[in-house]
Design a protein around this ligand. Structure first.
Ligand code: 3PG
Length: 307
């Protein structure tokens, strides 16, 4: 009997596990659950005799791939696959897929929630400001960016976007005003939402040169990845621009320095929470299970990101 491992350091909601189990059992496979694991050894042990694996931000390293002797496919239940060693997977002939779009609305709602929370001074009883009429810049307009645009327009924000990989018509369809460079986006928007993936081109790409262009008062929202921020630039912005606020779902390495010196100007979720809703877990988890069955039964390779 084929085995599918669900390896999640940050567990899915219960109804998502039930939905995943149904898809896997209907295919005649066995589901193996490894949640909240604390050591790599537990993951290495669990992957040893499975045919497929579903993960979230869990690290799928060369060591993990090598331990999975029968492993044929890894599906990242989510969008970003920077946690998976694609080169090693390809060398081993393991297919890697993601489930684009399945958890995007949850991330978009968090980004908007962070903006409201900050505009209202973290609900501390003092007078804040409104989002209506303010300019919001979307640095990337994929699934998450376009969900943010839809919600932000409900708040009557003026939404701008920069994304060289998305058709302008798709952006305009969501009411996004397209700009041609990141510099232009940062120059005109006092709210910026970062929705870019982490890869070799984007690592540390959010630097002082871009940030200093933001009009005052400036609020930067990062629900993407920690690695895209140049932290020296971030600290310099905090020091040089008392109007600057940073809200993120992935706390920077310099979190203590910021917390100590700039109270009231930052918010870090205690754990990455963007995709942590029942709905996103159900959508991404079940899509991942279906993709595994489609691949093992019919070689369907939609959403494969390697090989
Ligand atoms: C993603 O890339 O899909 C998001 O960052 C969500 O990550 P998570 O599944 O670890 O919450």
């Amino acid at each position: 009997m084929r085995k599918v491992l669900i390896a999640t350091d940050k567990p899915f909601a219960k109804p998502a596990i039930e939905g995943i189990a149904e898809v896997i059992n209907d295919a005649g496979y066995e589901m193996v659950l490894l949640e909240n694991y604390k050591t790599t050894a537990e993951l290495l042990n669990a992957v040893a005799d499975v045919d497929a694996m579903i993960v979230r931000s869990d690290l799928v390293t060369q060591e993990v791939l090598s331990a999975g002797e029968k492993l044929k496919i890894v599906v990242r239940a989510g969008a970003g696959y920077d946690n998976i060693d694609l080169v090693s997977a390809s060398e081993k002939g393991v297919a890697v897929m993601n489930t684009p779009g399945q958890n995007s609305n949850a991330v978009a709602e968090l980004a908007m929630g962070l903006m409201v929370y900050t505009a209202r001074n973290q609900f501390n009883g003092t007078s804040g400001t409104e989002l209506r009429g303010k300019r919001l810049g979307l640095h990337a307009c994929g699934n998450i960016g376009r969900h943010i645009a839809r919600i932000a327009r409900g708040f009557q924000m003026e939404v701008y976007g920069f994304d060289p990989f998305v058709e302008k018509s798709a952006m305009e369809h969501e009411g996004i005003k397209c700009v041609d460079t990141a510099e232009e986006l940062f120059s005109i928007c006092r709210y910026i939402s970062l929705n870019i993936p982490a890869n070799k081109d984007t690592t540390k790409s959010i630097n002082y040169r871009l940030l200093e262009k933001m009009p005052k008062p400036a609020t930067l929202v990062n629900t993407a990845r920690k690695e895209i921020i140049d932290e020296d630039s971030l600290l310099r912005m905090f020091a040089d621009r008392p109007d600057f606020k940073y809200l993120t779902d992935i706390a920077p390495d310099c979190r203590e320095q910021i917390a100590e010196n700039y109270p009231g100007r930052y918010f870090f979720t205690p754990k990455k929470m963007g995709a942590q809703t029942a709905e996103a877990n159900i959508n991404a988890g079940i899509a991942a299970a279906r993709q595994i069955v489609g691949f093992l039964e019919k070689e369907i390779r939609t959403f494969q990101v390697n090989l």
